[in-house]
Design a protein around this ligand. Structure first.
Ligand SMILES: Nc1ncnc2c1ncn2[C@@H]1O[C@H](COP(=O)(O)OP(=O)(O)OP(=O)(O)O)[C@@H](O)[C@H]1O
Ligand SMILES: [Mg+2]
Length: 332
């Protein structure tokens, strides 16, 4: 769907290349997270896709078409873009900001209004209250939500999202990550998503591309990156707890494919229930935070299936690191 072939960007004012000979393919319907330290070229790469930054060398294709052969204005209308610093138009109301692309596409007044209501509902802001307000009357996080709604408003098949949740507090960030994932389960979109945050990349990305000084260092599924970093740089970037992070990709259901649950100890203090869909990272943190020796796993009919303990998770972690655990998919 989006193909980068030996793409390079050298800004005139700089001797180093902001993006250096980058090639990778973003399959249709996938979310690919661009991850890497500040200044490694993430925003530059994103802005080349909608022709906001001219390519120095190489080719980018969207839907098989070389972007340099397309009308840049039309290209931009067909791609949703969430700018790193929200980029709302200060002299337009919130509603005008959200429906700007539908407006350019000539939608009817009613269709635009309905879409406005739908988008405000989605991002959890009161449509009536904000309709006639201006961006400066909103907090940074609220402005960022409006930026996301604006990018989604015309329902484009391709989205470029530059740290869309960067200015949000952890609760709103998690909420919007989950909202976006639930939208993506319903409608197929191809997304390039920039993030600084490894946990966000693991959660949001079908694949993750890690950059260093303009070069693509590794492009792989999150579980493969976490368990098989291809260089010292990637391993250091992911941190010492990368194995622990990989637990968020596996569920209790995955674990019981490999290990039997323990019999429930009815005398254990403070035991709590968890479902099969719980991811193992949350499971282990619940075990530690509750100082419980076991968690009782229940099925969809609330029937107890057995107990999970930290040693079971630890054994499973060894399987993950050895590469023998199979990923069933965690409900996020
Ligand atoms: N308009 C420009 N003119 C000259 N150099 C630029 C321009 N925009 C970016 N650069 C340089 O290109 C490199 C990559 O910048 P870019 O903004 O793409 O990084 P980034 O990975 O998005 O960083 P951050 O995480 O801080 O947003 C940096 O060295 C930056 O200084
Ligand atoms: Mg950037």
């Amino acid at each position: 769907m989006i193909e980068f072939e030996n793409v390079t960007k050298a800004y005139n004012s700089s001797r180093t290349k902001a993006v250096n000979n980058v090639s990778f393919h973003v399959p249709e319907g996938n979310t690919v997270v661009l991850l890497g330290p500040s200044g490694c070229g993430k925003t530059t790469l994103l802005r080349m896709v909608n022709c906001l930054v001219p390519i120095t060398e190489g080719t980018i294709r969207v839907n098989g078409k070389d972007i340099t052969s397309m009308d840049p204005i039309e290209l931009r209308r067909s791609i949703g873009y969430v700018i790193q610093s929200n980029g709302l138009f200060p002299n337009m109301t919130i509603k005008e900001n959200i429906v700007i692309v539908p407006d350019l596409l000539g939608w009817s007044k009613k269709k635009k209004h309905d879409r406005y209501l739908e988008m405000m509902e989605l991002i959890g802001l009161d449509a009536k209250h904000y309709q006639k307000r201006y961006p400066s009357e909103l907090s940074g996080g609220q402005q960022q939500r409006i930026g996301i709604a604006r990018a989604l408003a015309a329902d484009p098949p391709v989205m470029l999202m530059d740290e869309p949740f960067g200015a949000l507090d952890p609760i709103n960030r998690t909420h919007l990550q989950e909202e976006l994932l639930s939208i993506l389960r319903k409608v197929k979109k191809t997304i390039l998503f920039v993030s600084h945050d490894i946990d966000e990349a693991i959660k949001m990305g079908d694949k993750v591309a890690i950059f260093k000084e303009g070069e693509l260092m590794q492009y792989d599924h999150p579980s493969d990156i976490l368990t098989h970093p291809n260089s010292e740089f990637i391993a250091r970037f992911l941190g010492n707890d990368r194995a622990l992070k990989s637990l968020s990709l596996y569920s209790v259901r995955d674990l019981i494919e490999s290990f039997d649950l323990k019999p429930v100890d009815v005398n254990a203090e403070g035991s709590r229930q968890i479902s099969l869909n719980n991811n193992l990272r949350d499971t282990i943190s619940t075990l530690l935070n509750q100082e419980a020796s076991q968690l009782v796993v229940i099925d969809e009919f609330n029937k107890p299936l057995g107990a999970i303990t930290s040693d079971r998770i630890e054994a499973y972690l060894h399987e993950i690191i050895r590469g023998s655990a199979s990923l069933q998919g965690v409900e996020q």
